[in-house]
Write a protein of this length. Sequence first.
Length: 237
Amino acid sequence: MGNDARLDVLKALGDNTRYAIYLELARSPAPRSTADIADTLGLHVNTVRPHLDRMRDVGLLDLRIGATGGVGRPQHLYSLAHDAPSLGLEPPAFPRLATMLLKMADTAGLEGADATEAGREQGRLDAETFPAGTPCLDALMGQLAEMGFDPEVEGDAAGVTVGFTHCPFRELAEANPDLVCGLHRGMVEGLVDTLGDDEVAEFHSLVHRSPCQVELVGAAPRTAPEANDRLTDRMDP
C-alpha cells in the first residue's frame, strides 16, 4: 500500500462512526449487512450506508451481494478487505483454530463443567493484571469490552446485571453452547471471585436469553452504576 493510499485509510478511520463500523466488522466471523451494522451501532441505515461506501472507496471493505430469498432489493454484505490493515484486531486464523479446538474437545469427551473450570483459571489470571483496588465491576466491564462483548450494565449498589449485547463467539457458541458458554462463564466467575468485591449470582447464556448476561450481587459497598436503558430495551421480558 502506497503512502497516499495509507493516508486515505487513516483519514477514513479518523471518523468515529467509520472506526466503529471497522471494529464491528473486525470482530464479526461473517459478513454483515447494512441493516445489521446499523442496528448494532444504534444508527439509521441511511446514516451507515455512505460510511460503508467511503470505506470501500479506500479499500477497507469488500462487498458481496447476497440473495434475499424473495422479491426485493438484494442484500449487501460487507466484510474487511483481505488486504485491509489489521490493527491487531482480527487474527485471521482465530475462527478456524477455535473451530478445530472445539472439535478436539468434543472428541475428547470434554463437557461444559470442564470448560467452565478452564475458564475460571483464565479469569483468575486476568484478574491479576488489574491494579490493586480496581472495583470488580469496572474490571469485568473493561475485560468484556476488550473481548468484544460490548457490555451494558444496570442496577444499584446491591446488585447489577451486565448484558453482553454482542457476542464475538456467537457462531461457535450456537454450535457448541456447553463448551463455549462454559468457558465464558468460567472466565467471568474466575475474575469476579479473585477480585472479591462482588459475587456471581446467576449466569445466563444464549441458551436462556438474548442478550446473554450475568447477575452480580455486592459483597462489598460500591458506587451504584447508572441504569442503562439500552440494555433494558434489548433484553427479553
